[in-house]
Design a protein around this ligand. Structure first.
Ligand SMILES: C[S@@+](CC[C@H](N)C(=O)[O-])C[C@H]1O[C@@H](n2cnc3c(N)ncnc32)[C@H](O)[C@@H]1O
Length: 247
């Protein structure tokens, strides 16, 4: 792994305007490919009905798990995102946590932990390992973590829901570097600052957190969907890792 860029990184989702814009996102266009295969993947690799949505944002991914029959708690470090999640789903369970503080949860209490796009915003190897270690203690012995992240390629191509053409420097990014991307589906067109992370370095993170990769998915569009795809038929914008504890 290359040396990580030490530029200070802050979570763009701790922002009222961004949170309001993000809350309007649904499951269509490029995001459709992030969520399309999850029901099948989850039913194949997970049993039990208690789920934690790590980095729940405004609750889109939490409500998604609820529709699959999971009793789901959503947690996030952003007060702005959690406030909207609660408004959109008053009966739901959304909690703001301090970064990496899982102390309010009992160990082995979740059968499934979903992290949808959260690790795109976690800056360093140490921090990623620490968070996966913490999440792992909350997981039942045979529980499953699903880590859905942006694929490295998302930052250097154009997509139905995203543009990166104004950021040619993304092409030189190495693990730990900040990359920029704009979501064209929402009213807030300010770039998002994410952390680039190679698949090889995700493998290192999992291994150091005593997790094993059960399966890795790179969902592609078929061309039969009702969207104007740009690269989604030939390049996967997302990577989905299915993880379990090392035995
Ligand atoms: C791109 S949003 C995804 C929201 C949601 N999972 C979805 O699919 O709509 C990423 C979320 O991760 C949260 N996040 C970033 N770092 C975090 C951390 N260390 N612990 C918990 N949440 C974090 C951000 O505040 C943000 O709400």
């Amino acid at each position: 792994m290359k040396k990580e860029n030490k530029t200070k990184f802050s979570n763009v989702y701790e922002d009222t305007k961004r949170a309001a814009a993000y809350s309007k996102l649904k499951f269509d266009k490029t995001y459709y490919l992030a969520y399309r295969d999850l029901p099948k993947i989850i039913s194949q690799y997970s049993s039990g009905k208690n789920a934690l949505d790590f980095g729940c944002g405004t609750g889109r991914s939490t409500r998604f798990l609820q529709t699959l029959g999971y009793k789901t708690m959503g947690i996030d470090i952003s007060e702005e995102m959690i406030t909207i999640a609660r408004k959109l789903d008053p009966a739901g369970d959304y909690q703001r946590i301090d970064d990496g503080d899982f102390s309010r949860f009992s160990s082995s209490s979740f059968d499934l932990i979903l992290s949808a796009f959260t690790f795109d915003n976690i800056p360093t190897m140490d921090k990623k390992i620490r968070l996966f270690n913490g999440l792992s203690t909350l997981l039942t012995q045979n529980g499953t973590i699903i880590n859905l992240v942006s694929s490295p390629e998302i930052y250097t191509h154009e997509w139905a829901s995203f543009t990166t053409k104004d950021f040619p420097e993304n092409a030189k990014a190495k693990t730990g570097d900040i990359v920029r991307i704009i979501t064209t589906d929402i009213a807030d067109t300010r770039p998002c600052y994410d952390i680039f992370w190679s698949e090889e370095d995700y493998t290192t993170v999992y291994s150091k957190a005593n997790l094993r990769i059960i399966k890795k998915y790179k969902p592609l569009a078929t061309g039969n969907e009702p969207y104007q795809w740009i690269n989604e038929i030939r390049i996967a914008p997302w990577t989905i890792y299915v993880l379990k504890k090392k035995t």
